[in-house]
Design a protein around this ligand. Structure first.
Ligand code: GLN
Length: 209
């Protein structure tokens, strides 16, 4: 039985840390720079970085439509920080590019200068009882969410993790801390997509190291 093959968009930003986290979870993980690589994937991670730069490169290299097609074919997507901005429907007071695959409005760098980078213990019921230690780095904030969006975590009353269908986003960086539960959760979504496509997988592969 083959393991899930997950791409990590590697145009700019923190791609390698996601690659290692996915590999630790038992997935085959590859860095993605070209649209044609997307057709063979079971899911894609859009990492943190600078969303304006990643957005420009996405359109320049013709990756936007292949990513939208990946989502339309029921594959899982995971956007962290800048990746969340790139998946959002709307970016507050900005004309910059986004893929519009999740019905949320986000504000960039929303936690202010005093709190450019910080850690917080988040309650995330989908991950179990133990809080998730979340690292925020010049993080975006979710201002508005559509009716089909499921809130997975809040911080100070604001949404910082959410999911719509197989599209998962966090305003923080789970790839920079040791807790693999969010990557495992993402792989479980990718697995659901694969099951629908008829793949012979078992979820148990991703439980525990
Ligand atoms: N501030 C960045 C942006 O707006 C995101 C920061 C990050 O990904 N850590 O694109």
């Amino acid at each position: 039985m083959r393991s899930l093959k997950i791409g990590v968009l590697a145009l700019q930003g923190a791609a390698r840390e996601h690659l290692f986290a996915l590999q630790k979870c038992g997935a085959e993980a590859v860095l993605v720079k070209h649209g044609e690589q997307l057709t063979e994937l079971d899911g894609l991670v859009l990492p943190g970085g600078e969303s304006t730069t990643i957005g420009k490169l996405l359109t320049r290299y013709g990756l936007a439509d292949p990513i939208r097609e990946l989502a339309a074919s029921g594959k899982a997507l995971f956007g962290t920080c800048a990746g969340m901005i790139l998946l959002a429907r709307t970016i507050t007071a900005s004309e910059q590019f986004s893929l519009g695959l999740l019905d949320i409005e986000v504000t960039r760098n929303a936690f202010g200068r005093q709190r450019e980078s910080f850690e917080a213990e988040l309650v995330m019921p989908v991950l179990g009882e133990e809080p998730f230690c979340a690292l925020f780095i010049r993080a975006p904030l979710v201002e508005k969410i559509g009716g089909k969006v499921q809130v997975l975590a809040t911080y100070g009353g604001r949404v910082v993790a959410a999911r719509q269908g197989k599209v998962l986003v966090t305003s923080f960086h789970p790839e920079l801390t040791a807790d693999l539960r969010l990557h495992r959760y993402f792989l479980s979504l990718a697995l659901e997509a694969e099951k629908k496509a008829g793949g012979p997988f078992s979820f148990e592969r991703y439980e525990g190291d």
